[in-house]
Design a protein around this ligand. Structure first.
Ligand SMILES: Nc1ncnc2c1ncn2[C@@H]1O[C@H](COP(=O)(O)OP(=O)(O)OP(=O)(O)O)[C@@H](O)[C@H]1O
Ligand SMILES: [Mg+2]
Length: 284
């Protein structure tokens, strides 16, 4: 897979300008994002990386239009983001499938809302079922699927609406290591075949290098961009290659600095159970 990219020749698809996001609860304020400036180009695979609480989801939600910045602006596909829109498909860790619908019905849902002709819906759903290797599961319900399968359905449901970009918030976080790798490969295939722009949130360092054209490393509180690390390795990437390992070391040290700040801050706040969160938030 040759993925030499010249992003300079591409058009900007998301422009984030001077974005701040402050959450207030009671007399406390949390500066979740501070002075974020970032441009993401069409067809790029960008990973947002950082420890728990550094503002990854807040940034993704600002792009998605779920939660707008306190100040600054986000533009997506040439328009200022004010609401969620069909041009920005979102995939969550929790799959967000309708349990009472079959796989095919879940994928068809957005197309039904758009009131497309029945025949068109059937054709689109069949194509996606085939491309995502879900054909034999078409009449199953989500409860009968594995985590990886559920996430495939969630991705197919987003692809059905053919958005130019997909926003993914730790989509493989709940999967075991082997299924996660399979899904990463599947996602890279989808990314190339469907020519999407992908903005992918994770706290997995290896995952970020395996997937990204550029890794955006965030600082912990306030959430700023600490560094943007380009990954110029051919795909499929060899996780045991010296270049991969060297990038892993570089990113680990960047993220560990922030992880330590997260840890210190949590320790300072009385009444918090650090040990339980730490278990989930180990740098991987
Ligand atoms: N609705 C909210 N109200 C108050 N504070 C919030 C809200 N949403 C997020 N925060 C705070 O903003 C900061 C950033 O949260 P965010 O969920 O974006 O982090 P994250 O990097 O996605 O973390 P994780 O890896 O745990 O998902 C955190 O300190 C969080 O507690
Ligand atoms: Mg999050």
């Amino acid at each position: 897979m040759n993925d030499a990219k010249n992003i300079l020749s591409r058009s900007p698809q998301v422009i984030i300008k001077n974005v701040d996001k402050v959450f207030s609860s009671g007399d406390k304020e949390v500066i979740a994002l501070k002075e974020i400036n970032l441009t993401i180009y069409s067809g790029e695979f960008v990973v947002i990386l950082g420890p728990s609480g550094c503002g990854k989801s807040t940034l993704l939600n600002a792009i998605a239009g779920f939660s707008l910045p306190t100040s600054g602006k986000v533009y997506a596909n040439g328009e200022e983001v004010a609401l969620p829109g069909p041009d920005r498909g979102m995939v969550f860790q929790e799959y967000a499938l309708f349990p009472w619908m079959t796989v095919a019905e879940n994928i068809a849902f957005g197309l039904e809302i758009k009131k497309l002709p029945k025949q068109t819906i059937r054709e689109k759903v069949d194509t996606l079922l085939t491309k995502l290797q879900l054909l034999e599961f078409r009449d199953r319900f989500p409860k009968d699927l594995s985590g990886g399968m559920k996430q495939r359905v969630a991705i197919a449901r987003v692809l059905a609406l053919d958005p130019p970009m997909m926003l993914m918030d730790e989509p493989f976080g709940a999967l075991d290591a082997l299924t996660r790798r399979t899904m990463q490969d599947e996602l890279l295939r989808i990314w190339l075949e469907f020519k999407k722009t992908i903005i992918f949130v994770t706290h997995g360092i290896e995952e970020s290098i395996y997937l990204a054209d550029r890794v955006v490393v965030m600082t912990y509180r306030p959430g700023t961009i600490k560094q943007i690390v380009p990954v110029e390795l051919y795909r499929p990437r060899d996780v045991s290659s010296p270049q991969f390992i060297s990038l892993q070391k570089e990113l680990t040290s960047l993220v560990m600095e922030e992880q330590m700040r997260f840890r210190n801050e949590e320790m300072r706040e009385p009444g918090r159970d650090v040990s339980e969160r730490e278990e989930n938030e180990q740098v991987t």
